[in-house]
Design a protein around this ligand. Structure first.
Ligand code: CA
Length: 331
């Protein structure tokens, strides 16, 4: 099936609407096929930073291939890996550590407690063998993965009440995904994994006592400062969390080589641009939050020391029982 560019845009206009967005890689040359892809995002559309990486990718791939490519929330935020793996969507934008329930090793694709900064994560992924290790792991889920943005070091979350010592974490219901959540559980908290869009209502109705999301710019948009006034640092579980683009393996194999190149180069651009956005936008947002009466606190020293100890105990235990984890933790 072939469209010239004008007909193609008209035919896919409806697909650009939210909720039913249909990413498309298309070409108007006589030798390249029209390819339609849908991208499932794990992130709220209101966040230009984190959701924006999918739009960066869409626009660049469209410009490079002459087609249209848009992103949308096609499936619930925490089901993107399954959706891409089984072909419900051809590609997705998500975070590996949302899926530690499948395999704890997937957290290395995002961030692990007391792990890498953004710069170190990029070094590991692009030049240190990380991408190859993680692609072996993702192949088990039918997915090819590309680094897809980094938030930089995150904040340590919002708390309704001040945390004065380790004892204050006991029984605290906190939204914190990935291995950070598992360490928090060892410190006595009750971790929950909720997608970004669901956190504010849970905090508001008291289903959560605390929540972490990203950092000042995104957190301000989601409005946590209206409910919880105590804002902690550092986000010791996310020194440089990377987001990822997922592509269904069969869909990737079916792509012409020039489209693969366009897609890959656009993911690298989106990866870099997201970090730049956060680094530029977070400092003024933090000042605005403090101006609204938010109180900044470092985590108490006993919390930091206990967290570090619990983290490395967890890694040692997991490496003994999970060969995928061991292969990355001790390559
Ligand atoms: Ca976070």
């Amino acid at each position: 099936m072939r469209f010239n560019r004008r007909d193609f845009l008209a035919a896919t206009g409806a697909a650009l609407l939210p909720l039913s967005a249909a990413p498309v890689v298309a070409a108007d040359s006589s030798t390249l096929p029209v390819v339609r892809w849908r991208l499932a995002s794990s992130f709220p559309k209101s966040l230009d930073t984190i959701y924006g990486a999918a739009e960066t990718l869409s626009k660049r791939v469209a410009a490079l291939t002459g087609g249209v490519f848009a992103a949308g929330d096609l499936v619930p935020g925490l089901q993107v890996l399954d959706a891409v793996g089984n072909g419900t969507a051809e590609c997705g934008h998500s975070a590996g550590y949302y899926y530690v329930g499948k395999n704890l090793a997937l957290a290395f694709d995002t961030a692990v407690p007391f792990g890498l900064t953004a710069r170190q994560q990029n070094a590991w992924m692009y030049a240190g063998g990380g991408l190859e290790l993680l692609r072996k792991l993702y192949a088990k889920y039918g997915v090819l993965q590309f680094p897809g943005g980094n938030t930089g070091t995150q904040m340590g979350g919002w708390f309704r009440n001040e945390i004065k010592s380790l004892a204050d974490l006991k029984g605290l219901k906190m939204r914190i995904p990935g291995l950070g959540g598992k360490v928090m559980a060892r410190l006595g908290a009750v971790p929950q994994t909720l997608p970004g869009g669901d956190i504010y209502p849970a905090l508001e109705r008291g289903a959560l006592d605390a929540a972490e999301w990203v950092g000042p710019y995104d957190d301000e948009k989601l409005g946590f400062q209206k409910i919880a006034k105590h804002y902690y640092y550092p986000g010791w579980w996310e020194g440089g969390p990377q987001l990822s683009f997922y592509v269904n393996q069969a869909s990737w194999r079916a792509l012409p080589e020039s489209y693969r190149q366009a897609f890959e180069v656009a993911t690298a651009e989106a990866n870099q641009l997201m970090l730049a956005q956060y680094d530029a936008k977070n400092p003024p947002a933090l000042l605005r939050l403090v101006g609204q009466g938010v109180k900044l606190h470092p985590y108490p020293k006993d919390v930091m020391l206990a967290a570090r100890r619990a983290t490395f105990e967890l890694y040692e235990e997991e490496a003994k029982i999970n060969p995928d984890f061991a292969a990355i933790y001790r390559p």
